[in-house]
Design a protein around this ligand. Structure first.
Ligand SMILES: [Zn+2]
Length: 263
């Protein structure tokens, strides 16, 4: 599922492929992902415009058009982008294709249809309307410590709550907790300021490293958990990895390498 590093890679992909080209045609093959405007309005506002710049907040990608509107993309569980010559067959599950005047097109692909395509007048106002917390790569140490300072719920649920910190999903939260050596089921009551400060550093290191490696688990260091998801052996201690349902999501962790901070 696209999380912060994946969406950052999409953002850089748009920057290196689709900026400053006039949109000649808007092909919407599925209007189910469109929210807040009709397909006629989306087409009217995109046609003739060009991408000018991109921004990302959490798992949301914003594309600023030269008409001043923003095309806001969310990728749900399975979304991705593909830029190619128009005469190529569009990839399977393409929901929207933007044809540019250089005969290339950008396809927004989404198999499970959980994403969203929207128009916004202002990026920051849109993020505020979605009630998203600060971006996980932008949040400073002090506000991060404050978010983790009251003792309710589990640590994993807290980190994945987009209203508090935007960008972390199941996979990267598991990776951060694995690298920090903390059990995903840790109660917030056991998260001391020292533990929270260590988590903040680990979170930034994991996210930056993942982006540097194109958010591709095959490029991640072998000592990371993500390339070994679904496997039985811990890449660090060769002990058994475990799975547990925490806040409705399947967490993977190593009981030998990860513990609750107070235990
Ligand atoms: Zn281990």
């Amino acid at each position: 599922m696209p999380e912060l590093p994946d969406v950052e890679v999409f953002r850089m992909y748009v920057d290196t492929t689709a900026l400053h080209k006039k949109i000649r045609r808007v092909k919407l093959t599925d209007t189910g992902l469109l929210a807040g405007s009709s397909s006629a309005e989306l087409k009217r506002r995109l046609k003739g415009a060009a991408f000018q710049a991109t921004r990302r907040h959490g798992k949301h990608l914003g594309v600023h058009l030269d008409t001043d509107a923003w095309l806001m993309l969310h990728f749900g569980m399975t979304g991705q982008l593909d830029y190619a010559k128009i005469n190529d067959d569009p990839p399977q599950h393409t929901r929207m294709a933007l044809h540019f005047d250089n005969d290339y097109r950008l396809a927004y692909i989404n198999q499970r249809k959980l994403g969203r395509i929207r128009l916004a007048d202002d990026f920051d106002a849109f993020i505020a309307e979605q009630e998203l917390g600060p971006d996980a790569l932008q949040i400073e140490r002090k506000p991060f410590l404050e978010l983790l300072s009251d003792g309710r719920g589990t640590l994993k649920a807290r980190l994945m709550n987009q209203n508090l910190i935007a960008g972390l999903g199941n996979v990267y939260t598991d990776e951060i907790l694995f690298q920090a050596g903390i059990d995903p089921g840790t109660s917030m009551a056991d998260v001391t300021p020292d533990v929270a400060a260590d988590l903040w550093r680990t979170m930034r290191r994991v996210l930056r490293n993942a982006i540097d490696r194109h958010a591709d688990p095959e490029e991640f260091p072998d000592s990371w958990l993500t390339p070994h998801r679904g496997e039985e052996k811990c890449p660090r201690c060769a002990g058994s990895l475990k799975q547990a349902k925490i806040s409705g999501r399947t967490s993977q962790y190593c009981p030998a390498c990860q513990s609750s901070p107070t235990s």
